[in-house]
Design a protein around this ligand. Structure first.
Ligand code: DP6
Length: 331
């Protein structure tokens, strides 16, 4: 076995995955749609370990460290699952670095588990179909990681009538070179994990009505995306982002991811749109705001975002091509 290294990107959901039909198999309630990013990536190398047990290392600005026990446990579990599939009893070494410009604070589990799954499969010589790879990636627990296996604009599951099916690319990155300016308000760990958020989602009295209107919204977003209709796209993306947080806030127990500066950024984005700029905002399970905009308007939006009180810094990203194998090994 040789070392295999992959670089996989994060993604931002436009239609959110929030709630699971089957928590063990990581099957979502509804299809989600995302935009794969370009700059926010995880780089992972997997190869033979001299130690008797699998080992996990993480490059940080302070050097190589052993990650927290819960993070290591999830990584080791994913490695164990893939080794069982490959009938391998070798000990594996995993080294990962997250290249998220300007530090932490943006979800790295999707990129991390996509890179880990790809690198482990390559190191083990495990050949998988796209469907098997999608399934093995989501079984890591990070369902959104399965969208990070593809570039451009992605729907998971691609076929709504097969909730446990794989992700599909709706359109390649070249279709619409949108930017994602990530206004970082708090780079700390979120108060409630996505896993717990998925568990709480169906306890909201609004969850059922969300599921009822989602098919229409999802189709409308697909059409806005295919037609590059920014006004329609912005309207749908913002409705959907607010829905996610309404479900979170009205669940039992309630979950609040917003911070005061989150609202200030949302207000600024609405004002910029009213002034004619092509921009809109969306949030995942956290306070930081992904401000989407066209390439033409990115510079003007960036200046305004930087001046919103409470915004620590802005990460400049854009739609990306998806994961790639690399010969740059981390050990
Ligand atoms: C709100 O279970 O995939 O980001 O812990 O980031 O892997 P991670 O979360 P996951 O849930 C993602 C929830 C979401 C919406 C989305 O990305 O669709």
């Amino acid at each position: 076995m040789s070392i295999a290294s992959w670089i996989a990107p994060a993604n931002i959901a436009l239609i959110k995955y929030w709630g699971m039909r089957d928590a063990d198999q990581v099957v979502p309630w509804n299809p989600s749609i995302s935009m794969t990013l370009s700059q926010c990536v995880s780089h992972t190398s997997v190869g033979y370990a001299e130690a008797r047990q699998d080992e996990v290392w993480w490059w940080t600005p302070e050097g190589l460290i052993t990650p927290s026990s819960s993070f290591s446990a999830n990584v080791l579990e994913q490695v164990r699952r893939l080794k069982a599939l490959a009938h391998s009893s070798s000990s594996l070494k995993v080294v990962t670095v997250n290249h998220f410009p300007s530090g932490a604070g943006i979800a790295s589990s999707a990129s991390g588990f996509a890179a880990l799954t790809l690198a482990t499969c390559s190191a083990l010589g495990l050949s998988t179909t796209a469907e098997q790879l999608s399934r093995q990636t989501r079984l890591s627990g990070s369902g959104s990681a399965t969208r990070s296996l593809l570039g451009g604009f992605v729907q998971w599951p691609g076929d709504a009538s097969h909730p446990d099916g794989p992700a599909h690319q709706i359109a390649p990155a070249e279709h619409w070179p949108l930017r994602d300016l990530i206004a970082v308000i708090d780079a700390g760990e979120k108060p409630v994990s996505s896993r717990e958020g998925h568990r709480r989602a169906p306890t909201s009295p609004y969850f059922v009505s969300r599921q009822q209107h989602l098919p229409v919204r999802t189709e409308a977003l697909r059409q806005a995306l295919m037609g590059r209709d920014f006004a329609r796209f912005a309207d749908l993306v913002e409705q959907e982002s607010i829905d996610l947080h309404v479900i979170a806030m009205t669940g039992h127990p309630p979950t609040f991811y917003f911070q005061p500066a989150t609202l200030a950024v949302l207000k600024t984005v609405r004002e910029l749109r009213a002034a004619g700029l092509q921009t809109c905002a969306t949030l995942d399970a956290g306070p930081n705001v992904h401000v989407l905009c066209t390439a033409e308007d990115a510079a003007a939006v960036l200046i305004q975002l930087r001046s919103v009180p409470g915004v620590a810094y802005v990460i400049e990203d854009s739609v990306g091509l998806g994961p790639r194998q690399t010969s740059a090994h981390l050990f």
